[in-house]
Ligand binder design. Structure first.
Ligand code: GLA
Ligand code: GLA
Length: 680
């Protein structure tokens, strides 16, 4: 699914905020900056349909023509992200209602209930009108449906939603008795006799039924997905050949992106790492996750910022070179497009202090626009990367339903965050430049050698069998504490944790010992002692051998980490949260056993990933340090630096601080000459 033959480069463009003469200036500046794609019309509903059923496309026709004349293609918004003021006046009950019954009013954006019948009717009419208008325009390359679904309003609790929720439950559970059983409603006298007694999990006196809340996550995700699917259906019918996407948000809990990704033609996502955090590890993790949503198909970074955002407490800019560096870090993990929010910095409105490709102060030599232009020029040379893929032998399990369930309240430890536990494992792969995919517990695991399951609290029917087969066939499965606890309705597996994973891991856990935040214990293994925090399991061996044991507390000497041979593989259980030294060492042993190695020897804070086509291997090396480093390339290989075009034989390669190398590799040293000839 290549949108363009070169790397997509551009951003959100909001010409309705500017007079017409600026449109020409914008197009000229875009062309100069190497922009080839812009996202247009995302918030333009009220401008396109100024009153009910009256459409005005004149301004948009003109903008699209001007851009096309300057070589800029369009990722056309379906304009449904903000319902217009006239619509809200006419249908005040389209406004969403929060769990306390508060109505969210007009005056920002995304103020709509996903189950409002007239909203759906009006959205469909608008989308059809836009699609019909531009279906033949040669500038149209892609559809940008709505915008960051659920970003601000991920749950509505209004009466329309209550009715739809009851219908959804009836389809899922068929009988009220089944629902009572799944939700455990005999607890606290919550039994229902009729479907119409059931409500969304609105504000209640104390802890809400967790199974009810979990199903509301599912229901809201489905409701919002349905909105997207309604638009998609129209777009597919009117423009069968134009790819459809909607911009995801990476670590966004309310939407199950694995489910959504089946319905987009290409994954696109928005990322705003905070420069204060240093190494953008979570950004890398999310790039890997977003790439994994459609099984490794390259994605587009639909929004990032050139410098600073406006919505943090303190909005620190990216220092010179960092925007470029992080753009390459994104390409290294599978992006075929680097786009920004937004093209021209707004003069008014809530985002006027948000960075842009063209800042408030523009002379053509200013830092931001210069960096944008230089990157645009460089990316033009990297069209060869488009469509290339990453090969990973390690996978981390990531499951949205598990995320919802494990962070519902009234748990042994209510400060555990799924993302951060996942990240503590991911970080060890990141530091070692080991390629990794993310998978669901039910996905095909046959191409992986190692699968890591951090805090897999919920194990749904059939998932244990999938993991069992993976291990039986020779894989290493590494499972962390607080896994295998509940079924799909948040009902506990009895008879010892981790429930259905017990046989694979050869243990059972009898009790949990959550740690206060300041508590640090130690675990010891045959090569030393390591700190552990957050949690301890009281583990009984049932076939497994201990790899490490607790040093302190009333369970001193009991196993903390175990290993079990199962079939041709092994199940490793980590019954605490060991520090990075221990986790890194444990994973290194596992990787050594499976001969899993990074593409090059690791240098600190230097990120390297490999993208491949059938013919070529590309090494992308990113030096996050502010000083020069040397990396060692195999001497028997030849390379071409795709940025400056030079060909050279392997050996030591120096990379400046805050700089990158994009290298094309060929195995046979003898090909150097022919390579040079080929590239002139
Ligand atoms: C999101 C939205 C954009 C804009 C940016 C600002 O990504 O999609 O419209 O608000 O945030 O960071
Ligand atoms: C109170 C309630 C009980 C139970 C306990 C739990 O005492 O009366 O029903 O909820 O708290 O600590």
């Amino acid at each position: 699914m290549n949108i363009l033959s070169s790397i997509c480069y551009g951003g959100d463009y909001n010409p309705e905020q500017w007079p017409e003469k600026i449109w020409y200036e914008d197009a000229r500046l875009m062309q100069r900056a190497g922009v080839n794609l812009v996202s247009l019309g995302i918030f333009s509903w009220g401008k396109i349909e100024p009153s009910d059923g009256v459409f005005d496309f004149g301004w948009l026709d003109k903008v699209i023509d001007i851009l096309y004349d300057h070589g800029v293609y369009i990722n056309l918004g379906t304009a449904t992200a903000t319902t217009p003021a006239w619509f809200v006046k006419k249908y005040p009950d389209s406004l969403p209602i929060d769990e306390s019954g508060v109505i969210l009013s007009f005056g920002s954006r995304q103020h709509y209930c996903p189950n409002h019948p007239q909203l759906i009717m009006h959205m469909k009419r608008l989308v059809r009108a836009i699609a019909e208008r531009y279906k033949k325009h040669p500038a149209l390359k892609m559809w940008h449906v709505n915008n960051e679904y659920a970003c601000h309003v991920s749950r509505c609790f209004c009466e329309n939603c209550a009715v739809a929720f009851r219908k959804w439950l009836k389809e899922r559970y068929k009988t009220i008795d089944e629902l009572n059983e799944r939700w455990g409603t005999n607890f606290w006298g919550q039994r229902y006799n009729n479907w119409d007694e059931i409500n969304p999990p609105r504000k209640v006196p104390t802890f809400i039924n967790p199974s009810q809340e979990l199903d509301y996550y599912r229901f809201m995700n489905d409701s919002i997905l349905k909105l997207f699917l309604r638009e998609r259906e129209i777009l597919r019918e009117v423009t069968p050949d134009i790819p459809i996407s909607t911009n995801f948000m990476g670590p966004f809990k309310p939407l199950n992106y694995f489910q959504w990704a089946q319905y987009v033609d290409i994954v696109t996502w928005d990322s705003y790492p905070d420069p204060r955090e240093g190494l953008p590890i979570q950004h890398a993790m999310m790039n890997d996750l977003m790439r994994s949503l459609r099984k490794g198909q390259p994605f587009i970074l639909m929004e990032q910022v050139t410098s600073h955002v406006n919505w943090r407490d303190i909005n620190v800019p990216k220092p010179p070179g960092v925007m470029r560096l992080w753009s390459y870090a994104t390409i290294a993990r599978g992006a075929d497009g680097i786009m920004f929010f937004q093209w021209r910095q707004s003069r008014a409105g809530a985002e006027k202090f948000h960075g842009a490709m063209v800042p408030h102060f523009l002379n053509e030599n200013n830092r931001i626009y210069t960096e944008v232009t230089e990157l645009g020029k460089e990316l033009k040379k990297l069209g060869c990367l488009v469509g290339s893929r990453i090969k990973a032998e390690v996978a981390i399990i990531f499951d949205w339903e598990n995320w919802w369930a494990v962070e519902l309240g009234s748990k042994p430890h209510n400060k555990l965050k799924y993302i951060s536990i996942v990240e503590s494992y991911y970080k060890e792969l990141y530091k070692r430049n080991i390629a990794v995919d993310f998978v669901r517990p039910s996905d095909d695991l046959t191409k992986y050698k190692v699968v890591i399951a951090p805090m897999l609290y919920m194990v749904k029917e059939g998932e244990d069998e999938n993991l069992r087969q993976f291990v039986a066939n020779g894989g290493t499965l590494l499972v962390s504490f607080f896994s295998g606890i509940v079924d799909e309705n948040d009902r506990v597996y009895l008879g010892g944790y981790p429930g259905p994973l017990r046989d694979i891991l050869g243990i059972f856990v009898e009790e949990f010992v959550p740690y206060p935040e300041i508590k640090v214990n130690k675990i010891y293994s045959n090569d030393g002692e390591y700190d552990c925090t957050k949690w301890a399991d009281i583990i009984h061996l049932d076939g497994a051998e201990p790899l490490a044991a607790f040093k302190g507390d009333w369970y001193a000497g009991l196993p903390a980490v175990t290993r079990n041979c199962y079939g041709k593989g092994e199940g490793i259980y980590v019954g605490t949260h060991p520090n990075s030294n221990y986790l890194g060492r444990l994973l290194e042993q596992v990787f050594a056993k499976h001969h899993i190695n990074p593409a090059l020897e690791v240098v600190e804070n230097v990120e390297m990933q490999q993208r491949e086509t059938d013919e070529w291997k590309y090494l992308i090396i990113i030096n996050h340090n502010d000083y020069e480093v040397t990396v060692s390339l195999p001497k028997d290989k030849t390379y071409q630096n795709m940025i400056d075009g030079k060909c050279f034989r392997g050996g030591e390669l120096r990379i400046q601080g805050v700089d990158v190398a994009v290298l094309r590799e060929r195995d046979e040293a003898g090909k150097l000459e022919s390579l040079s000839k080929f590239f002139g």
